[in-house]
Design a protein around this ligand. Structure first.
Ligand code: SF4
Length: 143
């Protein structure tokens, strides 16, 4: 069993409430068991919602209290992002999940690269940082 960013399966959980276009969806092999998770919804944020970015840092910095997650309207949504990350970790532990596939470039799910001020910069999202810290194998889709 693996967990996956819910938007990669076509669920309309993204900030704008629309599903990803079909060509960007992951097509799991038949018979695989995938558990869809959306950390931002699990953190209590609405859909649609104002997009957000990690301000001057990475997911690891948010976990350490050195950076905030701020919506493009200026609201501090750090607590919701942390809640969603911990809820995702709790789900993985509950179900014995050791491998997850997360959506690239997101402030929650991004792996290795995230958006900041409209540009791609090095860094993980908040959920990615927590899952990796806790020893869960995190893969990214698409690269
Ligand atoms: S990238 Fe992650 S947080 Fe964003 S919509 Fe997809 S599952 Fe939810």
């Amino acid at each position: 069993m693996k967990a996956i960013s819910a938007c990669l399966l076509g669920l309309a959980c993204r900030y704008d409430g629309t599903p990803l276009p079909a060509e960007k969806l992951l097509s799991p092999a038949a018979g695989d068991c995938w558990v869809p998770v959306c950390p931002e919804q699990l953190g209590g944020l609405p859909t649609p919602r104002t997009p957000a970015e990690i301000e001057a840092g990475t997911g690891e910095d948010v976990l350490a209290g050195r950076a905030r997650v701020v919506s493009l309207e200026g609201g501090d949504v750090t607590a919701a992002f942390l809640r969603g990350a911990h809820q995702t970790l709790a789900l993985c532990r509950c179900l014995g999940i050791r491998e997850v596939v997360l959506k690239s470039r997101s402030p929650s799910c991004g792996v290795g690269r995230i958006y900041r001020a409209g540009a791609l910069v090095a860094g993980n999202g908040v959920t990615t940082a927590l899952l990796q810290r806790e020893g869960i194998d995190v893969r990214v889709y698409p690269d």
